[in-house]
Design a protein around this ligand. Structure first.
Ligand code: FES
Ligand code: FES
Length: 160
């Protein structure tokens, strides 16, 4: 059985240390050890995207990543995007289009959308579908999510 050890992480730009076994899922470490409630537990099997965080800017399923494997990679949760200009635009579009229903999946959706638009400011519909296909929404808010992403992309095209 793996032993508890001190593990250092970089989370939302801050150095954090916790005591855990290296095989603890990153999702557990973030939620239970570091008190970050943004990433959610859904399937625990890499299938739903509720636990999505960014690791070095790429969307990743925190339920599938052992905390001991993160190393020096930068972890970003929704809490860490609060002053990010692109996230501000996404949040505004989300609110304007009234995307959310129960809200459970939405932090993960926003992390994936943010990573997409950071890399590809004006994605086409296929690129949006491809980037978002791993994020499941039981409330079926998919059309509104895609409309909100397209809105931010269109605004980027107008220099906003
Ligand atoms: S909880 Fe991680 S993908 Fe579903
Ligand atoms: S808004 Fe309810 S699961 Fe997506």
């Amino acid at each position: 059985m793996p032993e508890m050890t001190a593990i250092s992480l970089t989370v939302n730009g801050q150095a954090r240390t916790l005591t855990a076994t290296p095989d603890m899922p990153l999702l557990w470490a973030l939620r239970q050890e570091l008190g970050l409630a943004g990433p959610k537990f859904g399937c625990g099997a890499g299938l739903c995207g509720a636990c999505t965080v960014q690791i070095d800017g790429q969307p990743a399923r925190a339920c599938q990543m052992p905390v001991g494997a993160v190393g020096t990679a930068r972890i970003t949760t929704i809490e860490g995007l609060q002053r990010d200009p692109l996230f501000e635009r996404l949040r505004a579009a989300w609110l304007e289009i009234d995307v959310m229903q129960c809200g459970y999946c939405q932090a993960g959706q926003l992390l994936s959308a943010h990573a997409l638009l950071k890399a590809t400011p004006q994605p086409d519909a296929a690129q949006i579908d491809g980037a978002m296909e791993g994020n499941i929404c039981r409330c079926a808010t998919y059309p509104r999510i895609r409309a909100a992403i397209a809105k931010v992309a269109k605004e980027a095209g107008h220099g906003r």
